[in-house]
Design a protein around this ligand. Structure first.
Ligand SMILES: Cc1ncc(C[n+]2csc(CCOP(=O)(O)OP(=O)(O)O)c2C)c(N)n1
Ligand SMILES: [Mg+2]
Length: 592
């Protein structure tokens, strides 16, 4: 089994390194195109293609149907890093977080049957989050299909509704092309997961095939007339707001979006991975006053995120004078159809913001702004009013962030965490109320480092995201905020952190129950059931038993020193903070 580079072309001449004298190897640099032929089993073909697409890590859980993929991972040069986990869901969540943090596709490999079915919630999460994930799976052999071999089930129909494509490859010689197509599709806007399984014959079989050539994906520029229509709306709006979502980060549009906000003087609310595009404290960042901003706005431009429950389904502004709504997405299918839009644009998000800024500031010859005039028609009092609301919200937070209450108020955990969080920290939330508090109090300094589960709201992302974050951002703090309920879904994968030497700080907000369900059920029925967990359960001891470290914290003053020890530890470390079970996050939406 080997990858055979059959020709290497430099400046038009077929050549190999061996043909050049050592002192003229410089001739091999520069415009070199690799034309490679693959020869070997299907696993080798798949892994060679994945590497071409920037994959350096394979997240997986073992099964005989996928051994050739492992064989290829360890034998290619350089090898792929193999991270073997304790539940397939963790493997796919890790691939998703890799994609979201590195903006190159993430790869997960799972075995046939239950390996695939265990992946479904995580694939769906990647689907909702527009994350470029390729899930490769084993599959029962074709020659016995229908006779009932182990784990024989047709996977693609299970995956089709939650992927951009779900298919099967039956021939070794076509594996490379199929994997190449999967990566290209996953990584092109609007991004998302792609599923591909290989029959046992295809993955174990041997064949020769060309390694497909990767051309850079062509970004689709938004329609100029659409941009002009949006510019015209901004020229006359008095109280405009710009909402930025995760696709801004995933599409590499964070710089263009920031410049647009600054040059146009637009107040910004940031969601998901767009949080941090304007750093905490920036005078245009009004996330902390989002209710007031969205309630009073007369024009809301939402870019890079759906108009779903997190944004009131796209209804903004005063009841008697609803705001005009503009939706901007990276692909036409992402434009909302359930609400009336004043305008929309679809295409490359960076190109959109650049064109919009140019048109409104006069950099575009089409529409020059007289010198000194504001490029948009905003009421001069609007920005300062929102900035004041932000200040007021921050001031109101202060006592809770410093709360000396016992049992611990969850906000106090964030008060302490904010003091030690680095600018480039990756912060991951997996839980209910505990994570909602985090969303309120933690405003990142840089984009891309905030990982919440997104609109699918699937508990259990935590350990997979943390594993991936530690690998993707080796020099950064990685902090996982974990509800005690959420912990139950994936804490066993602290074992993966230990085995792969991946130190992560895990803070468990332990309110002894499913807080986000306990309080709403009480509000509806006056009582609650199925919402209690063991009070003070020693999740820290679980991590210790698995070879990591941790400690229990029961007082507010105990939090800061425990966090110091956790960040200093060279091991996965769970700070288990027992919090007040009676405290509910003040929620304004149920999501339905
Ligand atoms: C897989 C999954 N199952 C159930 C839910 C419903 N759910 C949402 S939040 C929540 C409670 C989470 O409890 P915990 O992690 O302890 O956080 P807390 O609200 O107590 O802070 C539940 C059960 C879900 N979102 N995902
Ligand atoms: Mg809880």
């Amino acid at each position: 089994m080997k990858t055979r580079v059959i020709s290497r072309l430099a400046t038009g001449q077929a050549s190999t390194a061996a043909r050049y004298p050592a002192d003229r190897r410089d001739l091999l640099t520069g415009n070199i195109a690799d034309v490679a032929q693959l020869s070997g089993h299907g696993g080798l073909h798949a892994v060679s293609v994945a590497r071409r697409h920037g994959v350096t890590t394979m997240f997986t859980l073992s099964g005989g149907h996928v051994f050739p993929l492992y064989d290829a991972a360890v034998k290619t040069d350089p090898p792929l890093r193999l991270v073997d986990v304790r539940h397939e869901q963790t493997a796919v969540f890790a691939a998703e977080a890799t994609a979201r943090l590195t903006r190159t596709p993430g790869l997960a490999v799972v075995t046939a049957g239950p390996g695939v079915t265990n992946s479904v919630s995580a694939v769906t999460t990647a689907w909702f989050n527009g994350a470029p994930v390729v899930l490769l799976a084993g599959r029962a052999p074709d020659y016995r299909w229908g006779a009932g071999s182990l784990q024989e089930i047709d996977h693609p129909p299970l995956l089709a509704p939650v992927t951009k494509a779900a298919g099967t490859e039956h021939e070794t010689a076509k594996v490379a092309a199929a994997v190449h197509a999967a990566f290209r599709l996953a990584g092109s806007a609007h991004r998302g997961p792609v599923f591909l399984d290989f029959s046992l014959e295809a993955i174990y079989g041997e064949a020769d095939a060309d390694l497909p050539v990767s051309e850079p994906a062509q970004a689709q520029a938004p329609d100029e007339a659409d941009v002009s229509r949006i510019a015209a709306l901004l020229r006359t709006a008095r109280r405009p707001v710009l909402v930025l979502g995760s696709d801004i980060w995933l599409g590499g549009a964070e710089v263009a979006a920031r410049l647009a906000a600054q040059e146009l003087g637009l107040p910004v609310i940031a969601n998901g991975q767009a949080r941090g595009i304007l750093p905490r404290g920036h005078d245009l960042l009004v996330t902390r006053a989002r209710s007031a901003a969205l309630r009073e706005a007369d024009l809301v431009v939402v870019a890079g995120t759906p108009l779903d429950f997190r944004l009131g389904y796209g209804s903004f502004g005063p009841r008697e004078a609803p705001a005009q709504v503009v939706h901007v997405a990276d692909a036409p299918a992402g434009i909302a159809t359930h609400t009336q839009l004043a305008a929309s644009a679809a295409g490359d998000l960076s190109a959109f913001f650049t064109a919009l800024t140019a048109e409104l500031t006069g950099a575009s010859p089409a529409m020059a702004t007289p010198a000194g005039a504001s490029p948009i028609g905003a009421d001069p009092g609007w920005g300062p009013r929102l900035a004041e609301a932000v200040q007021a919200a921050r001031a109101a937070d202060a006592p809770l962030l410093a709360s000396a209450a016992e049992p611990v108020h969850p906000a106090r955990i964030y008060g302490e965490l904010l003091k030690v969080l680095d600018e480039d920290a990756v912060v991951i939330g997996d839980g209910g109320d505990f994570v909602s508090f985090a969303g309120k109090y933690i405003e990142p300094e840089r984009p891309g480092g905030w990982l919440d589960p997104g609109p699918f709201g699937c508990l259990g992302t935590g350990l997979g995201y943390a594993i991936a974050a530690r690998i993707a951002r080796p020099g950064a703090q990685v902090v996982l905020l974990l509800g005690d309920g959420a912990a139950g879904f994936s804490l066993m994968d602290a074992d993966t952190l230990v085995r792969h030497r991946l130190p992560v700080v895990i803070i468990c907000g332990n309110n002894g129950g499913w807080g986000l369900e306990r309080h709403p059920m009480r509000a509806i029925y006056g009582y609650d059931v199925a919402a209690e967990l063991q009070p003070g359960c020693r999740y820290d001891e679980v991590v210790r038993a698995l070879g990591g470290a941790g400690e229990l914290v029961t007082t507010p003053d105990g939090i800061a020193p425990a966090l110091r020890r956790a960040f200093a530890a060279d091991a996965p470390y769970l700070v288990n903070v027992v919090t007040d079970p009676e405290i509910a996050y003040p929620r304004s939406t149920t999501g339905v």
